[in-house]
Design a protein around this ligand. Sequence first.
Ligand SMILES: Cc1cc2nc3c(=O)[nH]c(=O)nc-3n(C[C@H](O)[C@H](O)[C@H](O)COP(=O)(O)O)c2cc1C
Length: 337
Amino acid sequence: MANLKTNYMGIELKNPIIMGANALSGDLDFVKEQEKNGIAAVVYKTIFEQDVQLENLEIDVNLEEYEERHAEMTSILPKIDDFGPESRILKLKEFKKNISIPVIASLNAINKSSWIEYAKQIEKTGVDAIEINLFYSPESFEKTSSEIEEEQIDIMRELKKVIEIPVSVKLSPYYTNCLNMIKRFEEVGIDGFLLFNKFIEPEINIEDKSFKNKLNISGSSENRHSLKFIGTSYKNIKADFCAGTGVITSEDIIKMILVGASAVQVVSSIYKDNKNAVRKLLNGLSEWMDKNNYKSIEDFQGKLAKCNIENPYSYNLAQYLDNSKNSTHILEEHNNI
Ligand SMILES: Cc1cc2nc3c(=O)[nH]c(=O)nc-3n(C[C@H](O)[C@H](O)[C@H](O)COP(=O)(O)O)c2cc1C
């Protein structure tokens, strides 16, 4: 029977499947179920500074209203300490105590001082690593890409000076040159990369002409970007790679390991089939390894990375040059020619 053990940023994992950050990854019962199903680690749902700020704002408004109208009633309001980062960090600490698989915390902050302060508090909970969610959605026409990138590198440099546990970054796929960003993050000491994050985009209902802000469940075709950039980075960068977005089937996991990933994160596949997804993924991976006579993950990790193949043509292919053959195939496939 194949040995599925792997190592991500120095953390021993019994297999390469990590449950990615999502609304349910902070739910102890749900994660315990997934633990029974075989998940190797979990990324606890992100602690967002923005959430904390919004909550504080609501508390301030509520307090003002109560103080104006019923000064004597303020004592029945929840204690301020029940909110803010402290309550979230306490919950994370409690969660970590009750879970036997490795727990990776996830953080997204706004101010530089908060990034550092929250990360320090998170480290004290005993989690195994911190995943930095560098979610940045452009809203300004003025701020340049290099300003944003400098800020991100600067925050990670400062954060790595004070945090001892491994730190990974969950990157956006939209940098002009994400390879350069990966290299620069590695230079400031980042231990792992999750390629890539998936953003919530606006969607419109044309019947009632309103916006529908729905989270989209991924499909496998969304993982090609991760495949390309993990495969290109493998061995050129010392840090470990974890594949995210569109890892839905065991074939997707195999492909990601073949290009060099040490682990994968799954969310959509668990939402699609929360009772069976992880077992099916693990069975598919083991069966394929047995069939191909691979005894361990290392036996095939990186075999198809850019540095290990003779002709890297597929990695460089980005333009629609000389694609007449492909177009004919697509026409035939979709039109029963
Ligand atoms: C309901 C839901 C909640 C999510 N919450 C978070 C979150 O708190 N932090 C985060 O970094 N990503 C969050 N994500 C994004 C996932 O971690 C992941 O990057 C994304 O779903 C793509 O992976 P998938 O293709 O396996 O779904 C969330 C996704 C979903 C579907």
